[in-house]
Ligand binder design. Structure first.
Ligand SMILES: *[C@@H]1O[C@H](CO)[C@@H](O)[C@H](O)[C@H]1NC(C)=O
Ligand SMILES: *[C@@H]1O[C@H](CO)[C@@H](O)[C@H](O)[C@H]1NC(C)=O
Length: 392
């Protein structure tokens, strides 16, 4: 070999080695390099899925980066398990197709399924739900609708700093998960948009939701069967239907809801504040060990309500009573204003009365006057100032 050939061979080798090393350490996958276009026009679904496939196969912790810009995304299923942890670092906005029918009938827009150790940080979602709501209002033949971002059978999940606007249905769903931390999310849809729950938690253990602002058309947070060890702190809710446990007890065999805390939160102009509701039907479901504390109500229609006679459209429940057993529910330091004369309602099941309801410092007024409370089939204790007067 000539000297020149040796040098050129050595340089080639060096480049190849560097590339290999870089590949081994670089676990950042930029969706742009997979062909995603930040123009809001070109369909970026496949590039996102390819970036996910690459990250999911990475032996090292991987980051998927989504730079600034708008990315048109159709149905996207991010499936695990993956080899290591994955962080979706989003600086841009993910936009659903303009035609709501494009998301089809799967029920999901962005779905994470069977993933572990996934973080979604930052970013915005714009599901463009208005067309879908209009379809539903017109009563025509509409698709089932899509939740904006869902985690199914996922563990060790973080969602932080995410904004979601105009979801077709729920903004964020946590279903059958363990250890999920949601923080600093903003979820926004119009007051009258149908079924746009903020966050729905179901069948999950160890979910915490902190520092989040939810203004939407249905429940700010809805809590379904099988929820355990849920912690919610510094939530602002309204407009919306409040923080609701339920509807529970629609079916006979149902997992219970236990150990739920909501603390240091504010409700403004919402339909409900602290609501527990169950269908008036036989069920072996239950709700126990619930704590609401340090809550401010601003012009809330039903600041405190347990409704065990839920029976929309009077179908499947008339003449029956709820089998859901509600016990050990504490309301501590709940202050502010009710938008209706009845600030506290405990409408419990005649066959399964609510037990262990504790009122510890309640100060709710209606138009600067004394509000009322309503009790049926409920037992418990009070301490401190209770306004309206307790009917326990
Ligand atoms: C209740 O849930 C909290 C988290 O919200 C958890 O720290 C606590 O250990 C749980 N308590 C029980 C008895 O499981
Ligand atoms: C109840 O709240 C009102 C309005 O904040 C306040 O003026 C009043 O002093 C409170 N009453 C008690 C007994 O804490």
């Amino acid at each position: 070999m000539t000297d020149q050939r040796v040098v050129s061979w050595a340089v080639t080798l060096l480049i190849a080695l560097t590339a290999l090393l870089w590949k081994a350490n670089a676990a950042t996958y930029n969706v742009i390099t997979f062909g995603a276009k930040p123009d809001g026009q070109a369909d970026s679904t496949q590039p996102f899925l390819q970036a996910w496939a690459a990250a999911c196969g990475s032996a090292q912790a991987a980051t998927i980066s989504v730079p600034r810009g708008r990315y048109l995304l159709g149905n996207a299923v991010f499936r695990g398990p993956c080899k290591n942890s994955i962080k979706f670092q989003i600086s841009g906005t993910l936009v659903a197709p303009a035609d709501y029918r494009a998301l089809g009938n799967t029920g999901y827009w962005i779905l994470f399924i069977q993933v572990n150790r996934v973080t979604v940080a930052g970013g915005s979602l714009d599901a463009k739900g208005a067309g879908f709501w209009a379809c539903r209002r017109s009563g025509s033949d509409c698709p089932v609708g899509a939740r904006s971002i869902t985690f199914n059978w996922a563990n060790d999940i973080v969602v932080s700093g995410l904004t979601s606007i105009n979801s077709q249905l729920s903004h964020l769903v946590i279903n059958s998960c363990n250890n999920v931390r949601v923080s600093n999310v903003r979820l926004i849809a119009p007051d009258q948009s149908p079924n746009t729950d903020g966050i729905h938690v179901q069948g999950s253990t160890g979910v915490t939701i902190t520092g989040s602002s939810i203004k939407t058309g249905d429940d700010c947070i809805s809590i379904g069967p099988g929820t355990k060890n849920l912690w919610m702190e510094r939530i602002t809710c309204g407009p919306g239907h409040g923080v609701s446990i339920g509807s529970l007890g629609k079916v006979l065999n149902e997992a219970g809801v236990q150990n739920v805390t909501l603390t240091n939160s504010v409700f403004s102009g919402s339909d409900n504040g602290l609501r527990i509701k169950s269908w008036a039907r036989p069920s072996n479901g239950f709700v126990t060990n619930i704590l609401y504390q340090n809550i401010v109500m601003k012009n809330v229609e039903n600041p405190i309500i347990i409704d065990q006679n839920y029976c929309p459209n009077n179908q499947g429940c008339p003449g029956q009573t709820s089998g859901v057993k509600i016990s050990q529910v504490t309301y501590r330091n709940i202050q502010g204003t009710s938008a209706t004369p009845t600030a506290m309602t405990f409408d419990c099941s005649p066959s399964n009365p609510c037990r262990g309801i504790r009122l510890e410092g309640i100060n709710l007024s209606y138009m600067n006057r004394q509000a009322q409370s309503l009790c049926s089939n409920v037992g418990g204790t009070t301490s401190g100032v209770i306004m309206p007067n307790s009917c326990l």
